[in-house]
Design a protein. Structure first.
Lengths: 683, 175
């Protein structure tokens, strides 16, 4: 049982670490300005501190060491001993990257660059800051580059610990703190009962006792202060050094003593895991999950969303009992009341469905937060000045959609920086401010989420796009195209305008893949551009992947669901328009081209004579083909369920859904139905 | 019928190392599944055909929101097909495949009894030839003077999913 809890805790800690890493990064990026907000610095410091503390608790020694160095540097900044300067921020950002790598790979393992980074951080601490505070600390850090708590402190410390009365109501136990002290070395403790009242006034929930302890340990002040850090505001602590004869005599032990502080906590965490049956060791499971990266299996949900669900379920229960009462009246059923209740039930159900869907929704800000760093790094590499403006980060979208749209979005942002925005010199020459603006705007519009990526760069160079498109055979040289059509050429397969293949963008796959990824998510992408003014790319995404707009069709006896988005149109096939080619699919003349026809009845071997007179023309990534069906029925939003959950994937079928009568209908998968034989375009 | 026997089964649980089994009929033969694998028993209802699947895969069913495949055990075992009637039952059971629990339904002629079989009385079936695939049988035992065939549900499910692949590989028409 304990083991299980531990691995859960560990997962929670890792999750929290990732959040803290994001806080760190966002905070550091915001530090750029001239006047530094001390609150912001404190927040960054706390994030680093939490990672360090938690890391040590769980035995992730390299992780906590690195964050310790970061913390030291941050503490210098926080205490005002040194200026916040660009190289330091850069150094810290690089450390954040290493921390993130370590978290993603395996928090227990080390990172190749860690030692290096620690040296750099401590060197920075040593060089900067002013003499009294900074110098001493830097020496400490430098002397023990492999040990985070090496110190010049020694001998005996006197600790006066006086908890405030409310300490225990906050869930803290003074005895645990004293036990922590014992880990440092021999301690003699004397309780101070002077404040304990007489029995009539005694409140068992209040802490009246204080303690005076003398710790004999070769540690520095911080090591002791750290123990009381959690209860900083709930007690008065005084730590003073007791004069000792010599601090040098204990020097050789300095390296080992602090190690002893850390290892007990680390061991106590590891021990239960080791005792467990090796085949069921929770660690590998956690590792696997951690390496899964973004597509983790857990998510945090705002409490108000859950409260709303609870409310709605409460309503549902009330409604159900009312319906019960109406139904149990044996003499006469009150039709009026019944109808009211049924209306209520319908409303309830719909709201409940919406709310449940909302549980899976995350604000776009959680994805957008990766962009400032990207823009910062890229603009440096490209030597451009860019300001990123993000609006509408609170817009919510399904978790899966969010995860899968991030790659295309990042690609678009890279593109805008690489190709869209000009260098400061060019911008100045064009009479624009040197700093370009990249604007991200997100909002809801008629059941979709719209994301605009707008830059005020040079816009699309249409003559060049057109000539490249003609050169690469994307369009015929005699084709007349409108400006909008030319702009959209960049989404065509095999088109890339990058003159040099840089590692920023332009590997020749570019926008075509972006478009395809977005279309696969059931979204659309469009572009508008004004030469000299900038480019705006608009992405429209569905709110969720769990629901599909479906067209119900009948084939033989069976009702099937066709994704509405893939349907071009449905036509009646007359014998004059359809033709059979031996050894191939039948074809049909449709709007100037022959499209292959697939008889669903035959393909799915339903073994029934079909009168398939209707051809539903579908479009899969620009390829068209017809599916022969018997009847077109209604349109309906359907909830997608996977066949793989209990069975397996079936070619031609993307999933199943449950119809209003409780029966199962299969959802067709146009891409896997598309014919292998493609009839080439006629004339 | 099942309920009555369950009590009887519980009495014997205490006695010795063994397990409770649900038995059912296919023709004259009596087969058994570990009862802990069985989730529920339903009467036969129409299912939705899934294309490109072998004949023993009858289709899928909506089981309180989950899509559950239904297999015909007679066809799966190569036994002669029999019309479904009022005693035809669908046993909804869990089976493991690649460490993941699947829920699947198995159509049988009739559900019979719940027995407790002691492990010592179960004979391994290594050298018994049968019309049904020997891998599907985990053992044989005897009760009330008759033979009961113990089935290996995980293997049946695994092979039922696998065979679809085999069939589809041969069957170009489905591609």
């Amino acid at each position: 049982m304990d083991d299980l809890d531990l691995s859960e805790l560990r997962d929670m800690f890792l999750e929290e670490c990732r959040e803290n890493v994001d806080v760190l990064e966002a905070g550091l990026l915001a530090l750029g300005g001239d006047d530094v907000d001390p609150d912001k610095l404190n927040e960054i410091f706390r994030a680093a501190h939490s990672i360090k503390g938690g890391g040590a608790t769980f035995g992730f020694v390299p992780l906590s060491e690195l964050t310790h160095y970061m913390e030291t540097l941050l503490d210098e900044m926080r205490s005002g001993n040194r200026e916040v300067n660009e190289p330091d921020v850069e150094l810290l950002l690089q450390s954040v990257d290493i921390v993130r790598d370590m978290l993603d790979a395996d928090p227990e393992s080390d990172h190749d660059l860690r030692e290096d980074m620690q040296k750099k951080l401590s060197a920075s601490v040593e060089n900067g800051g002013d003499a009294d505070g900074g110098g001493a600390d830097a020496a400490v850090v430098a002397s023990g580059s492999s040990d985070i708590q090496a110190s010049g402190g020694s001998g005996q410390w006197s600790v006066t610990f006086k908890p405030k009365p409310e300490l225990m109501t906050r869930g803290n136990d003074p005895l645990l703190l004293i036990r922590e002290l014992l880990r440092l070395g021999p301690v003699s403790v004397e309780p101070d009962f002077s404040d304990v009242p007489g029995w009539p006034d005694y409140d068992p929930r209040t802490c009246y006792v204080g303690w005076n302890a003398v710790v004999t340990a070769d540690v520095d002040r911080d090591a002791i202060a750290e123990i009381f850090e959690w209860v900083e505001f709930d007690c008065d602590v005084e730590i003073t050094q007791v004069e000792t004869s010599s601090s040098d005599a204990t020097a050789p032990e300095e390296q080992t003593a602090p190690a002893a502080i850390r290892t007990p906590s680390a061991d106590s965490v590891k021990a239960p895991a080791d005792n467990k049956d090796p085949s069921e060791n929770p660690a590998p499971v956690a590792k696997k999950r951690a390496s899964g990266g973004g597509e983790g299996t857990t998510m945090r949900i705002a409490t108000d969303k859950i409260d709303q669900l609870i409310n709605l379920v409460g309503e549902l229960v009330i409604n159900q009992s009312m319906l019960n009462r109406i139904g149990s009246d044996e003499d006469r059923i009150d039709v009026e009341a019944l109808r009211d209740r049924l209306d209520e039930l319908e409303r309830n159900t719909r709201e409940l469905q919406d709310s449940v869907m909302r549980v899976r929704m995350l604000p776009l800000a959680s994805g957008f937060s990766r962009l400032p760093r990207l823009v910062r790094d890229l603009s440096r590499k490209l030597e451009k000045k860019v300001e990123l403006v993000v609006e509408g980060g609170h817009t919510e979208i399904d978790k899966t959609v969010l995860e899968r749209m991030m790659d295309p979005l990042i690609h678009l942002v890279r593109n805008a920086l690489d190709h869209g925005l000009e260098t400061p010199e060019k911008r100045a020459a064009a009479g624009k401010p040197e700093t370009g603006t990249l604007m991200l705007n997100a909002y809801h519009q008629s059941g979709s989420v719209i994301i605009e990526i707008k830059d005020d760069g040079a816009g699309i160079n249409r003559p060049r796009v057109l000539s490249i498109a003609q050169e690469r055979g994307v369009v015929d040289s005699d084709e007349e195209l409108t400006d909008e059509q030319i702009d959209r050429l960049i989404f065509r397969p095999g088109f890339s305008t990058a003159e040099t293949v840089s590692d920023v963008s332009g590997r020749g796959v570019g926008m075509d893949v972006v478009r395809r990824n977005i279309v696969d998510l059931g979204g659309r992408v469009d572009i508008t551009s004004q030469p000299g003014q900038g480019t705006c790319i608009t992405i429209a995404l569905p709110l969720t992947l769990a629901i599909l707009d479906g067209q119900l069709v009948r084939v033989g006896r069976q009702t099937l669901v066709m994704p509405l988005l893939s349907i071009v149109e449905t036509v009646e096939v007359s014998s004059s328009e359809a033709a059979a080619i031996p050894g191939c699919d039948d074809v049909c003349w449709f709007r100037g081209e022959y499209v292959p026809l697939i008889d669903l009845n035959e393909r799915f071997r339903m073994g029934e004579e079909s009168a398939g007179k209707l051809a539903m023309i579908v479009d899969v990534h620009g390829k068209r083909f017809g599916l022969l069906i018997d009847e077109v029925r209604g349109q309906q939003q359907v909830v997608i369920k996977a066949l793989e959950d209990n069975y397996r994937s079936v070619p031609g079928i993307s999933g199943a859904t449950i119809m209003s009568d409780g029966s199962v209908a299969l959802i067709l998968d146009p891409p896997s139905l598309s014919p292998s034989v493609r009839v080439s375009k006629a004339a | 019928m099942i309920q009555a026997n369950e009590e009887q089964g519980q009495d014997v649980t205490i006695q010795a190392a063994g397990e409770q089994y649900l038995t059912f009929m296919l023709g004259k033969e009596e087969y058994a599944l570990p009862i802990l694998k069985v989730q529920e028993i339903k009467s036969w209802t129409d299912v939705t055909d899934v294309p490109c699947t072998p004949d023993y895969m009858l289709g899928v069913l909506n089981l309180r929101g989950a899509i559950v495949p239904i297999f015909d055990l007679r066809r799966r075992f190569g036994l002669p097909v029999r019309e479904f009637d009022s005693t035809t039952a669908v046993i909804i059971a869990h089976a493991e495949k690649e460490d993941r629990a699947h829920v699947a339904g198995f159509v049988v002629d009739q559900v019979a009894e719940v027995y407790h079989f002691e492990n010592a009385n179960i004979q391994k079936s290594d050298d018994i030839a049968a019309t049904i695939n020997a891998d599907f049988i985990s053992g044989l035992t005897r009760t009330d003077e008759k033979l009961v065939i113990l089935l290996n549900l995980d293997e049946i499910l695994r092979r039922s999913l696998e065979l679809v692949d085999d069939m589809q590989r041969e069957d170009r028409a489905c591609h």
